[in-house]
Write a protein that binds this ligand. Structure first.
Ligand code: ADP
Ligand code: ZN
Ligand code: MG
Length: 499
């Protein structure tokens, strides 16, 4: 029972059960202030209990005020996911007691949420979205190790939190993971949430049950405290296996909430799930209902940027680059924007250098962006948005390589210098004498001298020792202080020695 390896859910489904998964995903919205007061919403703040006020601390007599920005962010998310925005929504109180909840209730939305019924396609399969609603986050409990008390930090209490609920349409752990990843990307494109799972800005809860091939829906179990995409995938794989074993042995699944133990890579029982009755929901008397939402949503529609799925399709048609490269580019909005700026700047250089075919330059751009530039960015922990290299300079750099004006090793030096200083590549090439010599006339003199000074290797090559040629190329490279174009040197040498 204890130690089984991870079993792929698709294997299990073929054997006996069909996997049924629905997700509930919370995201902290990137507003400047909290949901119902003007305290700062700063997830990076270190000191405890500095962003608090009578409203988010639930002092008697204080009244909440709706943060319009948060409402707009939820509607934007709904629009991006093909959802319906009803004309009217309202807030409700969800009552429960916990020390991280100052008011003793959470302001949330019950029967009239901001967003209803949409969908997101994952690998061509439609996952329906039930609803998206707006609520407030709780504070954080801290349990100092070895002590018999707990501390509470209310900086996060009252931060706007968006909850998205899917229908139970997801059929595997991989699909659940992909849904979470695609949603994260969309939230970042919309600029409504950083949605960083490790920082708790995006939190996924998985609902999972097994259905026998003939039978009806099984009892679901909810898994909480998943703080990485990997945990989402692995906890589902574990739970599929556990539930299959319970059912195989003729027992029943208990409807409960389970946690995920990252160290043991196992789910464990936390509590038997409470029904919604236990929360005694009722309309929030201190807040007005939200009216005329369809008007607001048609205004927001124009602010939805091109979304990742549309961008992938367009990139494929427009740039004709490999799908894997497109996926990497699109998974970072800043990087894909930068790529497109460089490609547009290439046009200028095509004219200046009278180049006809843009395609090889586009390919080279992708390669340098995804390898050399990514490496520099990662090593120095700089985001692409703060990169000192202007798209124009990057485009020029690419044409220098394509036109063989610099060698690939010189290109590395140039790129590093551009990255550090932002200087344009032609200046760097000039200053560091990195220009590659491809002119035959210029190379001829050096080559003649190398042939004259190296009669033994020359003789060897003529006698059929191919290796000797590389030695001679090396001599020419050294004599030119690395500036000769090695391919051209090799051609000239061959021509001369085979006469
Ligand atoms: P509850 O009232 O217990 O919170 P909901 O109907 O609100 O249940 O659904 C919560 C989540 O559980 C949704 O994401 C939904 O898709 C999912 N879900 C519902 N039924 C099942 C099931 N039988 N198996 C897996 N997930 C389910
Ligand atoms: Zn406050
Ligand atoms: Mg529910």
């Amino acid at each position: 029972m204890e130690r089984f390896g991870i079993l792929r859910s698709d294997l299990i489904t073929q054997m006996e059960y069909k996997v049924v998964i629905g997700l509930e995903i919370h995201s902290e919205l990137k507003t400047e202030s909290k949901m119902f007061c003007d305290c700062l919403n700063n997830p990076e703040v270190q000191e405890a209990n500095v962003n608090v006020c009578p409203i988010c601390m639930a002092q008697p007599g204080s009244l909440p005020v709706i943060n319009q920005k948060a409402v707009d962010f939820v509607i934007k998310t709904g629009l991006a996911l093909n959802c319906k925005i009803p004309d009217r929504a309202k807030f409700d109180r969800k009552n429960y007691f916990y020390p991280d909840l100052p008011k003793g209730y959470q302001i949330s939305q019950y029967d009239l949420p901001l967003v209803l019924g949409g969908s997101l396609k994952i690998n061509g399969q439609k996952i329906r979205i039930t609803r998206i609603h707006l609520e407030e986050d709780t504070g954080k409990l801290i349990h100092p190790q070895g002590s018999n008390y707990s501390l509470v930090d209310y900086n996060r209490a009252g931060v706007p939190l968006m909850e998205l609920v899917t229908e139970p349409d997801i059929e595997s752990s991989q699909q659940a993971r992909q849904f979470c990843e695609e949603l994260q990307l969309i939230l970042r494109y919309l600029d409504v949430s950083e949605a960083n799972m490790e920082k708790g800005q995006m939190r996924c809860e998985v609902n999972i049950s097994l259905k026998s091939e003939k039978g009806e829906m099984g009892t679901k179990v909810e898994i909480k405290n998943l703080n990485s995409f990997r945990a989402v995938e692995r906890s589902i794989d574990y739970e599929i296996k556990r539930q299959a074993q319970v059912l195989d042995s003729g027992e029943e699944i208990i409807q409960e909430t389970r946690g995920w133990d990252e160290n043991k890579q196992k789910t464990f029982s936390q509590r038997v799930k409470e029904g919604s009755k236990d929360y005694r929901y009722f309309p929030e008397p201190d807040l007005p209902p939200l009216n005329n939402l369809s008007k607001a949503s048609s205004e927001l529609l124009s602010k939805i940027p091109e979304l990742p799925q549309a961008k992938r399709i367009r990139f494929e048609q427009e740039y004709k680059i490999p799908v894997d490269d497109i996926n990497i580019l699109v998974s970072n909005k800043g990087l894909s924007d930068y790529f497109e700026q460089v490609v547009s700047e290439l046009n200028t250089w095509l004219k200046i250098k009278s180049i006809d075919d843009k395609q090889p330059l586009i390919k080279l751009t992708v390669n340098y962006l995804l390898t050399e530039l990514q490496k520099l960015l990662l090593d120095s922990k700089v985001s692409i948005n703060d990169c000192k290299i202007s798209p124009e300079n990057f485009a020029e750099f690419i044409t220098l390589i394509e036109q063989k004006e610099i060698s690939s090793s010189a290109a590395q030096t140039v790129l590093k210098e551009m990255f550090e200083t932002g200087v344009d590549p032609s200046n760097i090439v000039e200053e560091k004498s990195l220009k590659q010599v491809s002119d035959e006339g210029e190379l001829d003199k050096i080559i003649k001298k190398v042939i004259k000074d190296n009669s033994k290797p020359v003789g060897d090559f003529k006698a059929g020792k191919e290796n000797a040629l590389q030695f001679l190329v090396g001599q020419v490279m050294a004599a030119s202080r690395g500036q000769a174009n090695p391919q051209i040197v090799e051609e000239i040498l061959k021509k001369k020695l085979r006469k």
